[in-house]
Unconditional design. Structure first.
Length: 597
């Protein structure tokens, strides 16, 4: 097989002829193939070689193409920093961006997945599923008097009904004989490396035209977007609909589990595409599970679409170490009031050296989800939900900014010390709903506010188990209500909490709370405090750790006093029942300066 031939030309972006920009995942750097670049043999990753070969075979003449690996000198740190600063313009100016997902042979039954995406994505797009309140998928799946299926235009009613019936059949294990194959194929499609490469975020979201290619198959931007929305919303409908309701409407036999499809990474790209420029903290939180070959790119790759990058004063600089890049970004975010950055701190650090405990290690896989999510509307700044108010009226603090020019100095914050940890319970275990609830029940026996009041105890246990919240619903992540807690307690039906399983909640029609508890619990453990409060915080928490409220922050944090110097280590955020709405902040509260190292 002959080598793919390429040649380079140097041209200013404004004077460039029409060109295609390639968006792809580099793949395993140890698996390489050769191409001819300006008549010289150059080793590239196998992923890139297959993409170049496909594009070569798809055109009759030469193709003007921009490819990062070939157009940037990967060994020149200064050139890399310069080119990275222009990356947004390069992809935004391209006549189209080709999204290369890889060769079909790497995913079993990939054709089945692409056929499903083509079919249901196209139908959902043509029918406008999700574009109007009457066409929200969950309303079409569960028509009621408030939103009857007949609310859609009469001429479209048959098409809508056929779509709903066809969709539920394809995603029902009891009615679709190829269900297992379909689920494996769709999840395989969504597991390709592309959907988790940090650089594609910018490449994808600034493009004016996309072409998705997987092997010999290509498909439309809108088809893929609508297909992913259908999968996401169908799963949410399963989690929030009782087994009885589903059975009555669509004759489903087994509703114990929702479809095992995770669309979050791919949908994050589409969400960011529609958002436009967002603040850096939102982008960091949205793409925590994305990867890069250079850990510094976890920051640099997002700057081109971060609307506040200039205000934060962060620019790509590959002469700096990873620890320095992460620290300077963290300090800039804290100085601009993004205290939720502490929710991504994991102690102890195992990554870059010389990094302070209050700096998140973005190269590390996150072991827990933050207690709040950043929500945004198009072209607007993000905000946090659920809406907690731990520091109440104190507002933004006056930070003592470091002027020494030393990048890894301690961070000085204004805080209120509210209590200490006096007992810890069990860390979360997979499907450990009963153990999680029971550990809170045991801790509550020794917490003074709850010893003689069953209703208060019940409310505290369920609220803490779920960190006072429910699963996100569209653009809202609501706080849990007293009425919902009563329903949850009723769903248990008098069982000992240690016997509660996810099936207990699913069978009671509260599957979303089974999932919400798992999301909250993962990477955390329960605890009680010197003031008799229940809480859940980082699984590294120990007796003697201190709960503080940073002035201006929405949730409490857990810190640990160092024994050798008068400084503290940041362990992360915590939910403390009874302290989430400013109850610990009163006129007598003492605000101290706290040094984090």
């Amino acid at each position: 097989m002959s080598l793919v031939k390429c040649s380079t030309i140097l041209v200013a972006i404004k004077e460039a002829p029409p060109y295609v920009a390639l968006s792809y995942a580099w793949g395993d750097p140890s698996v390489t193939k050769e191409v001819l670049l300006d008549e010289k043999r150059v080793e590239v990753t196998a992923s890139l070689e297959s993409a170049l070969r496909h594009l070569k075979n798809s055109v009759d003449s030469s193709l003007a193409l921009w490819v990062d690996y070939l157009c940037i000198d990967q060994g020149n740190e200064v050139e890399k920093a310069q080119q990275v600063s222009h990356m947004r313009d390069i992809y935004a100016t391209a006549s189209r961006v080709v999204v290369w997902l890889g060769v079909q042979e790497t995913i079993q039954d990939i054709g089945l997945a692409i056929d499903w995406i083509d079919h249901f994505g196209d139908r959902a797009h043509r029918l406008g599923i999700g574009r109007t309140p009457a066409r929200v998928l969950r309303k079409l799946l569960s028509p009621t008097d408030d939103h009857p299926s007949g609310a859609v235009e009469e001429l479209d009613q048959r098409d809508i009904s056929d779509f709903v019936e066809s969709l539920t059949t394809s995603l029902d294990a009891s009615r679709n004989p190829h269900y297992e194959r379909l689920m494996a194929a769709l999840q395989g499609f969504l597991s390709v490396a592309y959907w988790r490469r940090i650089w594609v975020v910018q490449e994808f979201t600034v493009a004016t035209s996309h072409e998705f290619i997987c092997g010999s198959r290509s498909f439309d931007f809108m088809c893929l977007h609508y297909a992913l929305r259908v999968l996401r919303n169908f799963k949410y409908w399963q989690l929030t609909t009782t087994a009885t309701e589903v059975s009555q409407q669509h004759h489903l036999i087994d509703h114990k589990t929702a479809i095992p499809i995770d669309t979050r990474c791919a949908m994050s790209l589409f969400k960011t595409y529609h958002d436009g420029k967002s603040d850096l903290m939102l982008l960091l939180s949205r793409f925590t599970h994305f990867k890069s070959s250079d850990p510094r790119d976890r920051i640099f790759a997002l700057l081109g679409i971060a609307g506040d990058a200039g205000e934060l004063g962060i620019v790509p600089d590959y002469t700096k170490t990873c620890a320095q890049v992460y620290t300077e970004a963290a300090r800039a975010l804290v100085e601009h009031g993004f205290f939720d950055i502490f929710s991504y701190c994991i102690y102890p650090h195992i990554g870059p050296q010389n990094m302070q405990s209050w700096v998140p290690d973005w190269s590390r896989v996150q072991t827990r989800y933050p207690l709040q999510e950043r929500i945004t509307k198009v072209h607007k700044s993000s905000w946090l939900q659920p809406d907690f108010h731990a520091s109440k009226h104190l507002g933004q603090p006056t930070l003592h900014l470091d002027k020494t020019g030393i990048w890894n100095t301690a961070l000085q914050l204004q805080t209120i010390e509210v209590c200490t940890v006096t007992a810890v319970g069990s860390p979360w275990e997979t499907e450990g709903h009963g153990k999680w609830l029971h550990s809170l029940q045991v801790l509550a026996m020794f917490a003074s506010p709850y010893t003689c009041d069953h209703d208060k105890t019940t409310h505290a246990i369920w609220s803490t188990a779920l960190a006072g919240q429910q699963l996100r619903k569209e653009d809202t992540k609501p706080r849990i209500s007293a009425e919902t807690i009563v329903e949850l307690d009723r769903a248990v039906g008098g069982k000992c909490l240690s016997n509660v399983t996810s099936s207990t909640l699913v069978n009671a029609g509260m599957a979303s709370f089974a999932e919400a508890m798992q999301v909250v619990g993962h990477g955390r453990r329960t605890f009680s405090t010197s003031t008799g409060k229940l809480g859940c915080g980082p699984q590294e928490i120990q007796v003697g750790d201190v709960i503080v409220i940073v002035t201006g922050a929405q949730v409490p944090c857990v810190v640990r006093k160092r024994t050798d110097i008068d400084r503290y280590l940041m362990l992360g955020e915590a939910y403390v029942h009874g302290y989430m709405d400013g109850e610990a902040v009163d006129s007598d509260a003492i605000i101290d300066s706290l040094l984090l190292c």
